[in-house]
Structure formats: C-alpha cells, structure tokens
Ligand binder design. Structure first.
Ligand code: SF4
Length: 78
C-alpha cells in the first residue's frame, strides 16, 4: 500500500497562498488547480516523509496530515 493511502491529507484552500512549495516536496501528492490552490492527488508514490516535509514546509500550515490507522494528527501537531 502506498504511503498516501495510509494518510488523510487535506489542504485548507483559504490558507493556501499558492506558492507551490508542496508540489516540489511531494510532486505526486500535490498539484495546483486552476485557481492556484494546492489540491491532493491520490495514487502517488511519495513517501510519508516527503508528504510530511511538504506539510512542514508550507508557509501557512495549510496542509493537515492524519494517520488513518491511528487517527493521530501528524501535522500540524496539536
Ligand atoms: S505549500 Fe502550502 S501555501 Fe504553498 S501551495 Fe502548498 S498548500 Fe498552498
């Protein structure tokens, strides 16, 4: 199972400023839509670490990552 399938990844569209940084860190997980907001792609093979790095590097903390198995929020931490 790909790492993306074990994670619930969401982008807060209101918080996203469209700089595209997440698309560089995890290009198979994030892409920009026609409104210059990041959206989550399914079926990519980015590693869990790459996805978490993208979330950590987002300048506005617009990306939330939750472990589906445990329900634990991996980023941002509470
Ligand atoms: S890194 Fe954050 S602000 Fe930049 S495009 Fe991705 S979600 Fe949007």
């Amino acid at each position: 199972m790909a790492d993306i399938d074990k994670l619930k990844v969401t982008v807060d569209r209101d918080a996203c400023i469209g700089d595209g940084a997440c698309c560089n860190d995890a290009p198979e997980t994030f892409e920009m839509d026609d409104e210059d907001k990041a959206v989550v792609k399914q079926g990519g093979s980015d590693s869990r670490d790459a996805i978490l790095e993208a979330a950590q590097n987002c300048p506005t903390d617009a990306i939330t990552v939750v472990d589906k198995a445990t329900g634990k929020k991996l980023y941002p931490e509470d």
